[in-house]
Ligand binder design. Structure first.
Ligand SMILES: Cc1ncc(COP(=O)(O)O)c(C=O)c1O
Length: 368
């Protein structure tokens, strides 16, 4: 008799596993890694040293309350540490929020080209992910509000959004909040907030103070360059912080990551150099790509979404990969004509552009 084995909860087998950016090219020692929106300059040396120091105490359990880290984050951002909950990356916090506030029969909303972790956490919680259409690759507040129904429990919005690079202004989010019932939780994912320089942008902590249904999540994986340490945090209304503190694992954040996070917050110089690097090279890359006739979608983050039409984006990606340059395919985001390119080091961007020129030379020799 055939044994069936344990059966997962409804919805689990409908999940498409998250596929991260590629990191290796056979035969290439150090590929240009422009597929995962990492800080190409690497972590603050102070953060790396703090991490190393902490590994000597690996036999000790970490502080389950992440007190020193929460106090450091609170002091850095002018926030109440009691409302901060830390996690193993912001991904963990998305999952905890989804499983705490949504379940079978509930709907979790996100925008059509929203971050693909959101449907995964919704389905893991047994809920149904629902997308709202975008306008010009930007979250459309009216479409989100129109999609809110009696089954909606929560909304995930990345601001700025990955992979489109677009952002929502303060007044657009206020309009959304004004139209949203209090029992619907809005999770604002601020993973790329540090890169934004727009007067009409707000990361949104004020809404966490004013409203019962807004959470803002942050990561140390992007400008703070600690992706491998897995460190994120959520700023929450007190009742939501209380819920997260009940459901999270008691020691969910490891001590070296916490020490590295505290040191990273203290290294203002490394932060400024990282920001200045992005401010310099993002417009440079956009201009270069546009000069070749490609459509570069406006981005306020550390990456560009680029349409390679009339060329086949996958052929461009594979050609670049064969030369040791990794960029992200966008088919899984429903944008098969596009690739997403992280702002790398000067050398990496030079390799990228040389690769694109070589691709064009091969495919459109008449243009040369
Ligand atoms: C929009 C967005 N949110 C969150 C994350 C993941 O953050 P973490 O590394 O903290 O889990 C990413 C990473 O690519 C992202 O693009």
């Amino acid at each position: 008799m055939k044994m069936l084995g344990p059966i997962p909860q409804p919805g689990i087998l409908d999940i498409s596993p998250y596929v991260g950016g590629e990191s290796k090219v056979p035969g290439v020692d150090k590929p240009a890694r422009l597929a995962s929106n990492e800080n190409p300059l690497g972590p603050s040396p102070r953060a790396a040293e703090a991490f190393e120091r902490a590994i000597r105490e690996l036999h000790r359990y970490p502080d389950g309350g992440a007190t020193a880290l929460r106090v450091a984050i609170g002091a850095h951002h002018g926030l109440d540490p009691a409302r901060i909950v830390c996690g193993t990356g912001s991904d963990e916090l998305f999952a905890l929020l989804a499983s705490s506030y949504a379940g079978e029969g509930d709907e979790v909303l996100y925008s059509a080209h929203g971050f693909l972790a959101y449907p995964i956490v919704a389905q893991s919680a047994g809920a149904t992910p629902i997308t709202a259409p975008e306008t010009n690759l930007k979250t459309d507040i009216d479409a989100i509000l129109a999609a809110v129904g009696p089954l909606t429990r929560m909304i995930f919005l990345a601001n700025p959004n990955n992979p489109t690079g677009s952002y929502l202004s303060k007044s657009e989010i206020e309009r959304l909040l004004d139209g949203l019932p209090d029992h619907v939780l809005l999770v604002l994912d601020a993973a790329y907030a540090e890169y934004v320089d727009r007067d009409d942008y707000s990361v949104g902590h004020e809404w966490v103070h004013d409203r019962p249904n807004v959470v803002v999540t942050h990561t140390f994986s992007k400008i703070y360059a600690l992706g491998s340490a897995r460190l994120g945090w959520a700023y929450c209304p007190p009742a939501i912080a209380d819920v997260l503190n009940r459901v999270r694992q008691p020691f969910n954040v490891n001590a070296p990551a916490m020490e590295a996070g505290i040191a990273a917050l203290g290294d203002a110089e490394h932060f400024a150099v990282s920001k200045a690097h992005n401010d310099r090279w993002r417009p440079w890359l956009a201009e270069k790509l546009e000069s070749f006739g490609f459509t570069v979608h406006p981005s306020v983050a550390n990456f560009l979404l680029v349409s390679f039409l009339p060329h086949d984006a996958e052929s461009v990606r594979l050609f670049l990969k064969s030369r040791g340059v990794l960029v992200r395919q966008m088919g899984s985001y429903g944008l098969p004509d596009c690739l997403r390119i992280t702002i790398g080091t000067e050398d990496e961007l030079a390799q990228l552009m040389a690769g694109i020129e070589a691709f064009l030379f091969q495919n459109e020799p008449h243009r040369q």
